[in-house]
Design a protein around this ligand. Structure first.
Ligand code: 5GP
Ligand code: MN
Ligand code: MN
Length: 339
């Protein structure tokens, strides 16, 4: 459930874990698989903050192939990134960003067990508190909100490099300040970040509004095959579509271009729940779900082996795209809010 967030003892422990590091300490930053703007932006922004504090042996790693999605290839701090096999094997400190559970860490999960201290920064209500120290605030709009507070408590001065990562994270998870989590405090944080001189227009164009022509055409094709099921979820509509590996190949596109697809599909007025089913192997699909408020899609995702937030969640599905959507349909009524 939605916990109260970190208490003063948690903050104090986290500050001490960083401040009391020996000068030659190895610090390993990690984040969830298929990293999004919050995972990468929080991790690299925080990493640049640690560098300002004088941490020298500092590496950042995400699980899986080390390809950074194009929208994030201009993020400051990319030089901190190393491939999975080059992550410190037994770091003094591991800091984990935006992951609700160890299952989101792929092959990096053993770094938590071998680390002197494991510090978890996150904002998922479903977080399993798998760190030695857990700074998990379900009310935070993004993991970067937690990261910025810890940096402030450590006495780090925001600079443009740190701010850009944290800003990318904040805009990613608030849908550019459109979602309900956009509180006055979110705008106050955005103001502090912008005051460093970062350029919101350039950043947003790069991160949200740029894709190859092949991806524009791919989106067109995938949008055209969307299905609307008006009677799903207690009378509330379900809209869904799918994209195959063959679609990607025909348009010569990388899988990460499909991350933005859900934002077009979820516009459908007649549907409360939207869903994009993305083939990652012949028999395996990465599923993105969104809700406008009638359904807690994190309940659907958890029931099907995944997780997420109330109104944005996902899981890995098996079988055909139709099988995957059938499994979602079967969970929708159970996930109706207030029913
Ligand atoms: P997206 O649809 O943008 O990929 O993911 C939305 C949210 O759902 C993410 O913030 C993440 O918390 C969660 N999520 C997506 N895919 C998975 C998954 O395979 N497993 C789990 N546990 N959570 C996921
Ligand atoms: Mn994320
Ligand atoms: Mn997040």
């Amino acid at each position: 459930g939605t916990g109260p967030g970190p208490d003063e003892a948690d903050w104090a422990a986290a500050v001490a874990a960083v401040r009391d590091l020996p000068a030659d300490a190895q610090v390993q930053l990690i984040c969830h698989v298929n990293p999004d703007g919050d995972a990468l932006g929080s991790m690299l922004g925080f990493g640049l903050g640690l560098r300002q504090l004088g941490v020298r042996q500092l590496r950042a790693t995400f699980p899986g192939p080390p390809e950074v999605p194009e929208p994030f290839r201009a993020l400051p701090g990319l030089d901190l990134l190393v491939a999975e096999q080059d992550a410190y094997p037994a770091p003094d400190l591991v800091v984990c960003f935006d992951a609700a559970s160890e299952s989101r860490l792929g092959g990096l999960v053993d770094r938590l067990a071998t680390a002197g201290t494991a510090l978890v920064l996150d904002h998922h209500a479903s977080n399993t508190m798998f760190g030695g120290i857990n700074l998990v605030d379900p009310r935070a709009a993004a993991t970067s909100v937690v990261a910025e507070e810890l940096l402030a408590r450590l006495g780090v001065r925001l600079d443009a490099g740190i701010a850009e990562g944290l800003y990318v994270a904040l805009t990613t998870d608030t849908g550019s300040f459109r979602f309900e989590a956009t509180t006055p405090a979110v705008h106050e944080l955005a103001a502090r970040l912008l005051a460093t001189g970062i350029r919101p227009g350039d950043i947003s164009r790069r991160v949200f509004d740029t894709r190859p022509f092949g991806a524009v055409r791919l989106f067109g094709e995938v949008m055209c095959r969307a299905r609307l099921e008006p009677a799903a979820a207690g009378g509330n509509g379900l809209v869904w579509t799918y994209a195959t590996l063959d679609d990607l190949a025909r348009h010569d596109q990388r899988p990460y271009v499909l991350e933005a697809l859900i934002d077009s599909v979820r516009c459908t007025a007649e549907a409360d729940v939207s869903c994009v089913v993305k083939q990652v192997r012949p028999d395996e699909w990465a599923v993105s779900m969104r809700s406008k408020g009638a359904v807690d899609v994190s309940r659907v995702a958890v029931a099907l082996g995944g997780g997420g937030h109330k109104f944005a969640a996902g899981f890995t599905g098996r079988g055909s795209a139709d099988d995957v959507v059938a499994s979602i349909r079967a969970e929708l009524d159970k996930a109706l809010i207030g029913a």
